[in-house]
Write a protein that binds this ligand. Structure first.
Ligand SMILES: *Cc1c(COP(=O)(O)O)cnc(C)c1O
Length: 458
């Protein structure tokens, strides 16, 4: 057949729609959608035919193709995945997994009307922050607090509210970039503040800050260097020293903590993250931190500190643009309530549970996984266990390593990256990591070994 004849052989959409085989497809979606899908499909067929590619245009083949397209369109793009990457709070995998209580609270807020900005007692308009402000203050010792979309927004609105068109002094050792798009110099610009860098990458002294002070100074900014560590010949100015300077000159001292810890994790064997409460007590006038990093809650940025400063932030028109929705308020309130009972935190907050579960518990999951994988792979792969380390992730506790047991898979025919791809193709996707000549699964942030055993064949 000539190409022209082949093109002519493509049936009409109207004719196809009348076929009995299409009746159930139309019933499941709609006539209009099936027609549209058919039209798009035939367009693709035409291009293929012109390129001399043979296509099966039987009614059975067309119907199965259309069903496949519609099924694909109807499956959500956002899916559950298994995080066996070894990074516990993984930004690309949605950071913290919420506690059950927070999930229940989201469900409740999503499925009905709630008193988000309504004072039930007085029958009048209320405040969105009223549901979480007291809890944050109680847990951090702050005078006042508010919440915005994320910590980047928290830093932005804080700088803009307190130091617009003024100079903000920051150490050259703290000009961080977090996850590609959050860079201190850019945030300064977006906040309409002039950044004054002081000191050097490895050493910044109090006198460096002092020398940079002028009548245009709007704030002193300290940034937690979340994702890197400077070692060797270093000197950083302590918050305490900066605090006396800021008090003497009546210039606000802002600290971006990034993650920040609500409880002292060193009691669980994970030292190193600054305690929010302690930073405020030492003299930060405002601290900002993420809701979905170490805190273990929903994505949001928490701003806590002095009452008059929080008032200024709340009056900023940006607040309306950056405010959080009812689902976030619901989850955050439930999370913060969990922090009131310190003894049960470990069981109730998944991020903390994953970080603090014992090496033995992780090893048991690794052993069970290895056992099942050996059966699946038969002789086609070598599965072994090896001691290794997990990372908290998301810039929490930089350099901190948590001991774990890794499952190492070496396939005889598949390369580590093809093996990784196969595991990703599983439903749900299992996300591990490729390292040298192996594919590696870290069970530390996985609830059950069953999650690590793919149902596909190899
Ligand atoms: C993570 C982080 C941010 C950004 O927080 P998001 O919640 O991701 O917006 C800002 N500053 C520091 C120091 C951080 O660690």
């Amino acid at each position: 057949m000539t190409i022209k004849a082949k093109l002519k052989a493509i049936p009409s959409v109207e004719k196809i729609l009348l076929q009995p085989l299409f009746e159930p497809i139309i019933q499941d979606s709609s006539r209009e959608r099936v027609a549209l899908t058919l039209r798009d499909f035939f367009d693709i067929c035409r291009t293929s035919i012109k390129n001399d590619i043979t296509i099966d245009l039987s009614i059975e083949a067309i119907s199965s193709e259309i069903k496949k397209i519609i099924r694909k369109e109807d499956s959500p793009s956002l899916k559950r995945v298994i995080n066996a990457s070894g990074t516990i709070i993984h930004t690309n995998l949605g950071r913290s997994i919420l506690p059950d209580k927070a999930i229940k609270a989201i469900n409740l807020a999503a499925s009905g009307a709630v008193n988000l900005e309504y004072d039930i007692e007085r029958g009048k308009r209320g405040e969105r922050d009223s549901h979480i402000e007291n809890l944050i203050c109680r847990l951090t010792g702050a005078e006042a607090a508010t919440v915005v979309n994320n910590n980047a927004a928290a830093v932005l609105i804080t700088l803009n509210s307190l130091s617009k068109k003024k100079e903000v002094i920051v150490s050259r050792g703290e000009l961080v970039e977090i996850g590609g798009s959050f860079r201190i110099p850019d945030i300064m610009k977006s906040s309409n503040c002039k950044m004054i860098e002081v000191g050097t990458t490895n050493r910044t002294r109090l006198s460096d800050y002092e020398k940079a002070i002028s009548n245009k100074t709007g704030a002193l900014l300290k940034v937690h260097t979340s994702n890197y560590k400077i070692e060797g010949f270093t000197e950083i100015t302590s918050l305490k020293d900066l605090s006396s300077l800021s008090m003497r000159l009546a210039i606000p001292l802002i600290e971006d903590l990034g993650s920040g810890a609500m409880i002292d994790l060193s009691t669980y064997g994970i030292p190193g993250e600054p305690l929010i409460k302690e930073r405020l007590m030492t003299g930060a006038d405002i601290v900002t931190f993420s809701g979905d990093k170490l805190l273990g809650g929903p994505q949001c940025g928490i701003i806590a500190g002095k009452k008059e400063l929080i008032k200024k932030i709340n009056r900023n028109p940006l607040k309306r643009a950056l405010r959080v929705d009812k689902l976030t308020i619901a989850a955050l309130e439930a999370l913060l309530m969990l922090y009131l009972n310190k003894d049960t935190l470990k069981e109730n907050i998944p991020s903390i549970r994953y970080m603090t579960r014992s090496e033995d518990e992780v090893m048991t999951i690794a052993e069970k996984t290895a056992h099942s994988l050996k059966k699946i792979f038969n002789e086609k792969a070598i599965i072994s266990l090896e001691k290794g380390y997990s990372e908290p992730g998301s810039g929490a506790l930089p350099g901190q390593k948590i001991p774990t047991t890794l499952i190492i898979i070496k396939h005889k025919n598949l390369s580590p990256s093809s093996l990784a791809k196969k595991f990703r193709k599983n439903n749900p996707s299992i996300i591990g990591r490729v390292q040298k000549d192996s594919f590696i699964l870290d069970p530390r942030s996985v609830d059950s070994f069953k999650d690590l055993v793919p149902s596909i064949s190899f």
